[in-house]
Every structure is written in C-alpha cells, then in structure tokens.
Design a protein around this ligand. Structure first.
Ligand code: GYE
Length: 321
C-alpha cells in the first residue's frame, strides 16, 4: 500500500513537472542546452570585436551551441543568415541589425516558426514590435547628447565642428547625430561645418578626416566621431597634416574602447562616451527566458558614462574592452 501511494505521488509529480512553466514554447522540456543563431554585422570596429567575443564566450559558458554568421556589413547577408537559422529550426536568434529598416519579412518568418529574436546593440523600425522579443542596447540619442554637452562644458559655445558619421542607415549613427544636434542646437556659434560617413572604421575615419582637412575653408576646432575607431583614424590624419590632436583640434567620440583610453592618456583624444559592448550575459538571460516562455522586457537599456582625459589614467587599468 505504501509503495502504491509512493507510485501515485511519483506519477503526479512527473505529470506536474511536465506541465510546469519550465517547459519551453518549442516543447523542448528538460533541455538546458540551446542552439542559437547569431547574425553579427561584421568586424568594423574594436567595439564590435568585443561584442562578438562577449556573446561567443557567454554561449560557451552556458553550454549552448552558437551558430555564428558574419554579414560583412551587408543586410542581405544578415537576411540570408536569419532565413538559414529559421530553416534549421534554431531555438532563438540573436541579431545585431546593420541598418534600421527592411527587417519585417524575415522577422515575420521567425515569428511564424515561433523563434524568438533578441536584438542586440542596434535597433530596428518595424510597424509591429511583436516581431522581436527585446532590444538590448545603450541609448544612442543620449550618447550623442552627452558628447555635445561635454563640448559645451569643456570647449565652449563657439567652435567649428566636423562630424564623422557611422554606417548610413544604422540606428547608432542616426540617433547619435540626433542627440548631438539636440545638445548643441541652442548655440548658433557651435556649428557642424562638415559631416560625412566614416563607416565606423579607422581607415575610413582617417580618409574622411584627410579630406575635411584639405577642403575646409574654416578652421576645424573639434571632431565629433560616432565611434572611437574613426576618431583614432582622424588622430592619425591630424598628425600627418602637422597638427596636434587633442590640442589644436579636439576630438570627442563614442564607445570607450581601450584604444580610446590610451589616446586620452597620451593627450590625443579629449573625451569618449562609453557604450558597453559586453552584452553576452544580458543577451543569454533574455534568450533563456524567451525560450522558456517567460516575460522579457521589450527594451533593456545599458547605461552609458562619460570619460575624459581627467580620469583616463585612473581608470584605464580597469577597462574590460
Ligand atoms: O558604436 C561602433 C560599431 O552598433 C553600438 O557599431 C554599435 C556601434 C559602435 O561598429 O563602434
């Protein structure tokens, strides 16, 4: 009789655990191991290399299989990768979208197959935001604003600024520009005299800065670069043109990579607004929650901080990317 009661209890327990919230929406209960497709933009900057590494190492740490695809900056490659992940019926997709628009059809395919899509670092514009699970990113508008405010406070309200923009159509470039313009808009003598894309790369940043230096009729006082790599390229161009970066021409950028801190310590870069690329941990928390049918916040904001030469030396040792 006792044995019988035990059997009944065991049976009830088994049935209940099978029905519990732990069972994931794709029906793969009792399995902590997931297969995740990660569509990365490319390797244009040190920021992106750090992000890739963070997601790769977190997948390993949690014992998940990561299918990695490098899109070489092309949206069409990302769409192809996503469709391949969907055809392979992965448990979830992590997408770092190169540009904001044009994602609806492929995201609809994922949704139809019940595959959660976690957006990391850049956002998308879609009419129906149920097409993705969450966006994990910093606030780019705020980053642009912080860069503008740093200039107002530390350089003043009269300066000719040249702008090195990020990848055209990317939320990072669009929103950093928006925030920056908002910050300086009340100061008519703070002028953006030239603005062009440097595609978030060091080489292109240098090339565009060389062109700015050659063609500029006005003296260039400040460079606002949408990322550190372009600022580092611009520093080289400024030096080769015979000026002192950080002194004759001041530079403010975004990301907070190690190279930027080294340049600040050397007195060549004036300020960087941090944009944390170490998103692996947060991204996989979201993936695991989504796969097990738990609620995930629609927007997870990663905090930004401003660093300039006054603190660079003290914090450089503690930088993680
Ligand atoms: O700032 C830049 C990169 O999307 C936030 O892309 C990211 C940006 C980052 O290549 O360095």
């Amino acid at each position: 009789m006792n044995k019988f009661i035990l059997y009944v209890f065991a049976l009830v327990f088994l049935i209940m655990s099978g029905c519990s919230g732990e069972e994931n929406i794709k029906g793969k209960s009792n399995s902590n191991h997931l297969t995740i497709g990660f569509s990365q933009i490319g390797a244009e900057s040190s920021w992106r290399t750090a992000e890739t590494e963070s997601i790769r190492s977190e997948a390993k740490k949690r014992n998940h299989t990561l299918k990695f695809s490098d899109a070489q900056q092309k949206q069409e490659n990302q769409i192809k990768a996503l469709n391949a992940f969907i055809a392979q019926n992965v448990d979830a997709i992590i997408l770092a979208p190169v540009v904001e628009t044009g994602w609806e059809p492929v995201l609809r395919n994922a949704k139809k197959r019940n595959i959660p899509v976690i957006l990391v670092d850049r956002g998308v514009i879609v009419a129906d935001d149920s097409l993705y699970t969450t966006l994990i990113a910093t606030d780019f508008v705020n980053e642009g604003r912080l860069a503008g405010e740093w200039i107002i406070k530390n350089i003043g309200t009269q300066a000719n600024i040249v702008e090195l923009e990020g990848t055209p159509g990317s939320s990072a470039a669009i929103d950093r520009q928006k925030g920056f313009m908002q910050a300086i808009s009340s100061y008519p003598k703070l002028k953006v005299t030239q603005s062009q894309t440097g595609e978030f790369t060091r080489a292109k940043g240098k090339e565009v800065m060389e062109a700015f230096l050659k063609s500029s009729k006005d003296k260039i006082d400040v460079v606002f670069a949408h990322n550190d790599d372009m600022a580092l390229g611009a520093i080289q161009a400024i030096e080769e043109a015979g000026y002192k970066p950080g002194v004759d021409i001041k530079l403010v950028s975004v990301d907070g990579v190690l190279g930027a801190f080294q340049a600040m310590v050397a007195g060549k870069l004036n300020c960087t607004v941090e944009c944390n690329p170490l998103l692996g941990d947060v991204a996989f928390d979201a993936v695991e929650r989504a796969v097990s049918g738990k609620k995930v916040e629609k927007r997870i904001v990663i905090e930004d901080r401003v660093f300039d030469q006054s603190v660079a030396k003290d914090v450089i040792e503690s930088r993680k990317y």
